[in-house]
Design a protein around this ligand. Sequence first.
Ligand SMILES: *Cc1c(COP(=O)(O)O)cnc(C)c1O
Length: 358
Amino acid sequence: MAGFDVSPRVAAAIKAFTVPERLGFGAVWAPVMFSAHCREGRWGRGELLPYGPIEILPGARVLQYGELVFEGMKAYCVGREWPNLFRARDNWQRFARSAERLSMTPVPEDLFFEALDAVAGACRPFIPNATGRSLYLRPFLYGAETGYMLRNSTEFRFMVIANPVESYASGPMRVAVERSDVRAAVGGVGTAKASANYAASLRASSAAAARGYTVALWLDAREQRYIQELSGMNLFAVIGGELHTPELDGAILAGITRDSLIQLARHLGLKVHERRIAIDELLAQVSSGACEEVFACGTAAIVSPISVLADRDGREYTPKTIDGVAARLREALLAIQERRAADPFGWTRDVAPFTATI
Ligand SMILES: *Cc1c(COP(=O)(O)O)cnc(C)c1O
């Protein structure tokens, strides 16, 4: 007997769902979602529901004050009967840390996994069996209590929605260095996976897109000199055959892909440096060829090559190698994620079998 309820409408929703040929990233919504409420610190029983609109009062604090944290993770089912997750406990821990930063009640580990297992288990027939494809899982937690009081909510809703996806980025990314807006400052919420960080980044992202770039590259808030990250991905540079990535400065989001690449690269015999990287130094090194390659990483795109770094003055800097070390690391990481290779780090875990009757 599952520890959650299954709506009688779930079976019909699953039956009616067909997976389109083209998935994109976040264009196709899985037909089920998980929901649980927390009131006065107590979590109620979870529910598996058909994907659809939810009720929310206009005065809810998530709408008025942006009380919302989320996670992004994937379930893979490549050449196997049953899906597996990747470093899911690290996602849960980060989810809890994000919640604490926003003074929200964290989701307990067992509820988090119950929800993931329920959604991934129910979606099992739709998880693409093709390398690079997966079921993207999006857990989120929001403040559901109404009111303008300047204190934390006492009512929260935890949900998990999902999307069958292709890998996020198609082709190398063109990156625009953002020299005016700031994504996150030390002491702020940059280290939390809070939707507020995305809100802060959208103006620069749109401006970058309007100039023909894929994404904005953020600098530190104090001096606007040191590289932080892209809006939703961490950054690596290859300099003299060694990896360099900005050290976690108290404003950068600690990506699980970033950490996985650091461990994996060292395992493969590559040197990795976590340090402050000045943007002007990196651009000069790309210019001179001392920096041969730049790439980004995150759950959605895994490892994505960067073909151009553009400064505010319009100058473009093109690394001489595009997708060299990046391709090697992407393939090595993806093979572990998809369980096509041995997992010496113990990073993967099976989705728990779905026991409820739908
Ligand atoms: C989610 C996210 C990342 C990547 O984190 P992963 O755990 O690797 O998916 C990087 N930067 C920001 C701002 C993010 O929100």
